[in-house]
Write a protein that binds this ligand. Structure first.
Ligand code: GLN
Length: 341
């Protein structure tokens, strides 16, 4: 008994030092896990594309791509890793991270909060719920549901809308390791139909979360949600968080290492909205979904993983992405709460 505790302690220490990493795993094992999930879930026909943004309903529901990028920059893929979908809510992670990078971890905690709402991503009841705590100095929202995300976008500083946008875009580009672009059809489609988000933006101004110009915040938020990404881009973005804020493919430090745990904590708390607890229960991984069909997940110090597959479940999370990531991560020992083998 004593001995196995000691072994566990030693393994945990090694893990902390980053000495046991996925790079220790044979590349063929990683590729095998990725290929196995691809063939297992390829013909799964559950769920349905988001259609409240008309452009999303038109995306091919059969699109299915998987990518794993290790913390030392090795890339493993299966399926379609070229076709771009809109990043949607996954952008919330990187805009939150941009604010934290610039203004510190407390900025998000004090203005928006880092607590789960337990409600859908665009819930207005959740906004009314937090209204009661305004003025107590303890906001209880988070930057990964729409009200908190629109507020986070409003916190990015800049003398003009273009200046703010450039910062948001640069942060996404640096995390993905390439120049991304906005899918204009999605941006237009969502701009034409985002009255609910406009209402949320106005309420967040009324309740003091947004300080000024809520219309600009909603517009830039809508634009950031329309950034086009493929599974490989998303996995690289996740790997940047897995590798202490340094993009492991380009070597650029995008986010200070000391700020990464806070970002991951919010992802663990609220990354899959009202299903975040269930997700964490099965994977232990901080993650983030988007209604475009992408999910990213982070195994700290080991790898980032992303799957793109548009059909969603009732909570708005890609079904194939959840299943494939769970299988692959569990095959690779990605759960940080699991004992080291
Ligand atoms: N742009 C989408 C919205 O605001 C993002 C939602 C999502 O991906 N969950 O509704």
């Amino acid at each position: 008994m004593m001995r196995s505790y000691r072994a566990l302690g030693a393994a945990a220490a090694l893990l902390t030092l980053g000495l046991i990493s996925l790079s220790a795993q044979a590349p063929s094992d990683v590729q095998r896990a990725v290929d196995a999930a691809y063939s297992k879930f390829r013909s799964l026909q559950e769920g349905k594309n988001a259609d409240y943004i008309p452009a999303l309903a038109k995306v091919d529901p059969n699109l299915f791509g998987i990518a794993v990028v290790t913390a030392d920059g090795k890339v493993y893929t299966a399926g379609d890793i070229k076709t771009e979908v809109s990043i949607q809510s996954i952008s919330k992670v990187f805009t939150m991270a941009q604010v934290i990078q610039e203004q510190g971890l407390e900025s998000i905690e004090k203005r928006i909060g880092v607590d789960a709402t337990g409600a859908r991503f665009n819930s207005i009841i959740a906004v009314e719920g937090v209204r009661t705590v305004i003025g107590t100095g303890a906001p209880e929202m988070n930057p990964l549901v729409n009200p908190g995300a629109i507020s986070a976008t409003s916190m990015v500083t800049g003398s003009s809308s273009d200046a703010v946008w450039k910062k948001i875009m640069d942060f996404h580009n640096d995390s993905a390791g390439r120049q991304l672009t906005v899918l204009q059809d999605v941006y237009k489609s969502e701009s034409d139909t985002n009255q609910r988000n406009q209402a949320i933006g106005a309420l967040m101004l009324a309740y003091g979360y947004i300080k000024t110009n809520w219309q600009q915040a909603v517009d830039l938020y809508t634009r950031q949600c329309s950034i086009g990404v493929n599974a490989r881009d998303l996995a690289t973005m996740a790997a940047t968080l897995a590798a202490g804020g340094k993009n492991p493919v380009t070597g650029k430090q995008v986010l200070d290492a000391g700020k990464v745990p806070g970002v991951l904590a919010v992802m663990a708390t609220a990354g899959l909205y009202d299903d975040s607890g269930k997700w964490l229960y099965h994977t232990g991984l901080p993650a983030k979904s988007g209604v475009g069909g992408g999910i990213i997940a982070v195994s700290p110090g080991k790898f980032g993983i992303a799957v793109v597959s548009p059909p969603l479940d009732d909570a708005g999370n890609s079904i194939r992405a959840q299943r494939a990531i769970t299988d692959i991560s569990n095959a690779l020992g990605g759960n940080p709460y699991a004992p080291v083998k």
